[in-house]
Write a protein that binds this ligand. Structure first.
Ligand SMILES: Nc1ncnc2c1ncn2[C@@H]1O[C@H](COP(=O)(O)OP(=O)(O)O)[C@@H](O)[C@H]1O
Ligand SMILES: [Mg+2]
Length: 484
């Protein structure tokens, strides 16, 4: 048997060991916490097996502090500290769920059989954790090194970018729990391994990071304009100062005719098309003139213009910050929808490389109820991930505020501290996390989170601590986004 740093032994209590779990006692001053992994060695049919188990709960047995004894000692003036810490009969029992069995030949499989009582329990080493969780080595070409294991700073939690990003990352947690810090860390790592990343930056929180990573800050209306043909008909009609039914019909038909042509177009082409349609349906000269003027009013919308050459700026590992601080909510949604449409089409035709779209405050673009053009195209990107990889990092404070179908598709989830009232909305997002540990989510510390994956990304849920960033978090004082 391997020489182990033994911290405890499995024991027989009323309901353990069973096929699903073990109970163990920690020896000496050893302790373990909720969600931590332990390894247990035992023999099965004469061959050695190592079980990986995850701690779900613990309780102390202390016959010296029963209600009666405590009361008597108090009456006699004996303080508890006079009783030796290591008094016999005083111990801590932990429960742990079995995760995997690792066999003597290195193969691994679902636990099958009961782990005998009296088996040694030890703290896992990095190789063992990596094997059980299915994590790549930190120095592999596509490894994203984002965190360390909750209970041991020296075990890194690594995800394979190729397996994780095309199926998207969801980040949830209450305000101040560390979501944006994490998104910034993910941006660093994605860029480091050579994948370009575009950040939709609502509060200007990623500008410093982008500058430090020698990236590009795009300011809508200044160095970022979207093409008219990247918008949806309803978005364009919503911007036109027209109410009259005839005018609306002319504007709509001209727009859809141009869209159908499949060619890029701007305000000038739209104006010409509108004139054509107006003449075609026999409208008066007056109507034509009014319509032309209305269409020209689109020239005053600063985010509209010639578009941007995404292929030129999406170089290897490029970081692109879209600074949305000065946009109203309506324009942010329109801009993100148009950008997503342009990127999606370019990706499908292979004109740009795989990239990551980081969407902090995602409830703005992917609302649970009602739908915007942005939510439609983003939903499409998330669903089509495997075929035209644009990886999305979707971060939000309230998981119930974003489209549930989209949230559930995400393969990898970082769940930070959450309000007790929000726990219910995590249903279906928690993978194989046991209920006891789920409650722990309400009192996690800043930067601490539960990582949930699947067999491809990270086989079992674990608690992690986000690693320190190289770039400066935060930045400019956030401006409130105005409602528009
Ligand atoms: N892992 C971490 N290490 C160090 N500081 C952190 C960490 N996570 C968050 N912080 C700090 O805590 C504050 C709130 O974090 P932030 O990511 O902005 O929260 P959220 O986006 O969830 O509201 C920020 O000042 C941030 O720099
Ligand atoms: Mg934030």
């Amino acid at each position: 048997m391997e020489n182990l740093n033994i911290i405890g032994k499995t024991v027989f209590v009323g309901d353990a060991p069973s096929l699903e779990r073990v109970a163990f006692v920690c020896l000496g001053s050893n302790e373990v916490g909720s969600g931590e992994m332990v390894k247990i060695q035992f023999d099965k049919s004469g061959k050695s097996v190592v079980a990986a188990a995850r701690v779900t709960s613990g309780l102390e047995q202390n016959p010296y502090e029963t209600p009666q004894r405590t009361q008597v000692m108090d009456a006699l003036g004996i303080s508890s500290s006079e009783i030796d810490e290591d008094s016999l009969g005083r111990f801590k029992v932990y429960y742990a769920d079995l995760l995997e069995f690792v066999y003597h030949d290195g193969s691994m499989g679902r636990p099958s059989g009961i782990v005998p009582s009296g088996s040694p329990v030890s703290a896992p080493d990095e190789d063992f954790v990596r094997k059980v969780l299915g994590m790549p080595l930190p120095n592999e070409a596509d490894s994203l090194n984002l965190a360390t294991l909750g209970n041991s700073d020296n075990i890194s939690v690594t995800l394979s970018a190729n397996k994780t990003l095309p199926r998207h990352i969801l980040v949830v947690g209450t305000t101040g729990s560390g979501k944006s810090y994490f998104v910034g860390k993910a941006v660093e790592e994605v860029s480091r391994i050579g994948i370009p990343v575009i950040i939709v930056d609502i509060h200007g929180e990623y500008i410093k990071e982008t500058e430090e990573l020698k990236g590009t800050v795009l300011r809508p209306g200044v160095n970022l304009r979207i093409r008219l043909d990247s918008l949806e008909e309803s978005e364009v009609l919503g911007m036109l100062p027209i109410t009259n039914e005839l005018h609306t019909n002319i504007a709509a038909r001209a727009f859809s005719d141009l869209k159908m042509s499949g060619r890029p177009f701007g305000v000038r082409e739209y104006e010409n098309k509108v004139r054509e349609v107006a003449i075609d349906i026999g409208s008066t000269k007056g109507t034509q003139t009014i319509m032309e003027a209305r269409i020209r009013s689109l020239n005053t919308i600063k985010i509209l213009g010639d578009g941007i050459k995404w292929d030129a700026i999406l170089s290897k590992g490029a970081v692109i910050d879209v600074d949305c601080r000065d946009l109203t909510r309506t324009y942010v949604i329109m801009l993100v929808g148009a950008m997503a449409r342009e990127l999606y089409n370019l990706r499908k035709s292979g004109k740009i490389p795989p990239l990551v779209l980081a969407l902090d405050e995602a409830h703005i673009f992917l609302p649970a109820s009602g739908s915007s053009g942005a939510s439609f195209v983003l939903g499409e990107i998330v669903r089509m991930g495997r075929h035209a990889p644009i990886g999305a990092i979707i971060s939000t404070q309230h998981p119930s505020d974003i489209d549930q179908a989209t949230a559930k598709i995400t393969n990898t989830r970082f769940i930070f501290a959450i309000e007790p009232s929000e726990l219910g909305s995590l249903g279906g997002l928690l993978g194989d996390m046991p209920p006891e540990t789920v409650n722990y989510l309400t009192h996690m510390e800043q930067g601490e989170c539960l990582l949930v994956g699947n067999r491809e990304t990270i086989r079992h849920s674990v608690t992690t601590k986000i690693s320190k960033r190289k770039t400066t978090p935060g930045g400019d004082t956030p401006r409130m986004i105005q409602n528009g």
